[in-house]
Ligand binder design. Structure first.
Ligand code: GAL
Length: 410
C-alpha cells in the first residue's frame, strides 16, 4: 500500500513537473551547443521551476533536424519552439501550411518593431503576420584561413575564383596542401552559393529567386562550369566530413582555405580556443567583397505548442538585447538588434557587424533565406548528380526543373 502511494505521489509530481517545462528544438548539439546552452542557462535563471528540454538533432545546417521536425509537425507533435531560418524556410514551408502562430502582438509588446532592422522584419513577415523571433545574423560567404600558414606556403588570399583556380590552387597543390577543404553534401552547396554570387553578382543571384533569371540560363550554367574548376582544388574524401572536421583541417594546416558560414568563427574561437586574427583569419569568399550573403536563425511558436506560455517566455528572451548579447558572441554570429552591445564581440564579430552595415545584402539558399524546404532538400540531389558526372548543362537543367516544381519565383 505504501509503495503504491509513493508511486502515485511520484507520478503526480512528475506530471506536475512535466507540465512546467518547455521543449526547445534545434540542431545546435555538441560542438555547436555552447551559445544555445548559455541562453538556456539564462532562461532557467529567469524562470526557476521551468524545466528546459534541450531537444537537439545533430547535423550541420539542420539537415537531420528539419526531417525530424517535419515528422513531428505533420504528426501533431510539435515542440514548444523550434529553430528555423528566417525567410522562405519559415514562410514558404510552415507559414503557408498554417502551422505557426502570428507573433505580431509579442513584437509590439516588446518594442521589436523598431529594435530590428526593417529588412529582417520583412524576411519573417507576410501580410498576415510576423512568424518567428530572430536570434542572430550569420554570414555565409566567408573564406577562412590561418595567416601564418599562407605565409609559409607563399600564397595570399585570392580576390576571385579565377585567381584561386589559376594561381593559388596550383601553388598549394605543389606545397602538398589541400587548397580548399569541403565536407558533406550541404557544405558543397554552401560553397556553390558563394561561387554563384561571385559569378552572377547580387542582382543575378536575386534574379534566380524572383524568377527573372532562369536556372538554365547561360549565366546560371556558367556558375556550374566555374564550380567544376573550384571542385578540382578540393579534397577527395569530403563526403564523410562534418563542417567542423573541414574547419579543423584549416586550423591544423592540412588545408589552406574553407568557405563556411561564420559559425566557423564561433567554433574556432569558442570551442578550439583560437584567437581571431592570428589563430584564424577571414575574408569575403573570392569575388564577393562588398556582398553579405546573410541568414538568420530564429525561433517560432508552432500552433498547438504544449507549453505555450513557457514558449512565449523563451521567445521573449531570444529576441531581447540581454539574450542576444549572451548568445551571439559565443556563436560567431552578430545580433540583428540595432542596440546590440558590440563591446561584447571579438574582432571577427566586430568586423562582421561593420560589413553587415556597409555591404549589399543577399539571402542564403542553403540556410533558408531564399528558398522553401522543397527546393532546399532536393537541391542536394542536384548537387549529388553534379558531383558524380560534372555535367554543368545537366545540373543547370535539373535545377531549373526543381525551381519549377518548388514554385520558386512565383
Ligand atoms: C546553419 C545555422 C547556423 C549553424 C550552421 C551549421 O544553418 O544557421 O546557426 O548552426 O547551420 O550547423
Amino acid at each position: 500500500m505504501r509503495k503504491a502511494l509513493v508511486l502515485l505521489a511520484t507520478l503526480v509530481l512528475s506530471a506536475a513537473f512535466a507540465q512546467n517545462s518547455v521543449e526547445i528544438f534545434s540542431w545546435w548539439a555538441g560542438d555547436e551547443g555552447p551559445a544555445l546552452e548559455a541562453l538556456i542557462k539564462q532562461y532557467e535563471t529567469d524562470h526557476p521551476g521551468v524545466e528546459v528540454i534541450n531537444a537537439t538533432v545533430t547535423g550541420g545546417s539542420g539537415v537531420n533536424a528539419r526531417a525530424v521536425l517535419k515528422t513531428r509537425m505533420l504528426g501533431g507533435d510539435p515542440p514548444d519552439s523550434f529553430q528555423v531560418h528566417a525567410g522562405q524556410e519559415l514562410i514558404g514551408t510552415w507559414v503557408v501550411a498554417d502551422r505557426m502562430e502570428d507573433l505580431t502582438s509579442l513584437f509590439k509588446e516588446q518594442g521589436w518593431l523598431t529594435a530590428f532592422p526593417q529588412g529582417l522584419l520583412d524576411l519573417i513577415s507576410t501580410d498576415k503576420g510576423i512568424w518567428s523571433v530572430p536570434v542572430n545574423i550569420h554570414r555565409s560567404n566567408v573564406l577562412w584561413y590561418v595567416p601564418a600558414n599562407l605565409e609559409k606556403w607563399g600564397v595570399t588570399v585570392p580576390a576571385d575564383w579565377n585567381e584561386f583556380v589559376t594561381t593559388t590552387c596550383p601553388a598549394l597543390r605543389s606545397a602538398g596542401v589541400t587548397p580548399l577543404v569541403i565536407g558533406e553534401n550541404w557544405t558543397v552547396q554552401h560553397l556553390w552559393e558563394s561561387v554563384a554570387v561571385a559569378e552572377m553578382g547580387p542582382d543575378g543571384w536575386r534574379g534566380l529567386w524572383d524568377g527573372s533569371v532562369a536556372f538554365d540560363s547561360p549565366e546560371a550554367q556558367a556558375v556550374w562550369e566555374t564550380f567544376d574548376k573550384v571542385l578540382a582544388c578540393t579534397n577527395a574524401d569530403f563526403t564523410g566530413l562534418s563542417w567542423q572536421q573541414a574547419t579543423d583541417r584549416v586550423a591544423n594546416g592540412q588545408a589552406a582555405f574553407n568557405v563556411m558560414g561564420d559559425w566557423a568563427a564561433g567554433y574556432m574561437a569558442t570551442t578550439l580556443g583560437l584567437e581571431p586574427g592570428t589563430g584564424f583569419a577571414w575574408a569575403a569568399s573570392p569575388g564577393t567583397d562588398g556582398v553579405f550573403i546573410l541568414l538568420a536563425d530564429s525561433f517560432g511558436l508552432p500552433k498547438g505548442a504544449p507549453d505555450r506560455d513557457n514558449a512565449l517566455a523563451w521567445l521573449e528572451l531570444v529576441g531581447s538585447k540581454k539574450g542576444q548579447d549572451i548568445f551571439n558572441p559565443l556563436k560567431g554570429s552578430i545580433s540583428p538588434r540595432l542596440d546590440s552591445d558590440l563591446s561584447k564581440y571579438n574582432a571577427y564579430g566586430k568586423s562582421a557587424a561593420a560589413d553587415y552595415q556597409s555591404d549589399t545584402q543577399v539571402g542564403s539558399l542553403v540556410h533558408g533565406a531564399v528558398a522553401n524546404e522543397t527546393f532546399m532538400s532536393d537541391f542536394a540531389t542536384v548537387m549529388e548528380t553534379f558531383l558524380s558526372n560534372r555535367d554543368a548543362a545537366e545540373a543547370a537543367s535539373l535545377a531549373a526543373e526543381l525551381a519549377g516544381r518548388a514554385h520558386i519565383g512565383n
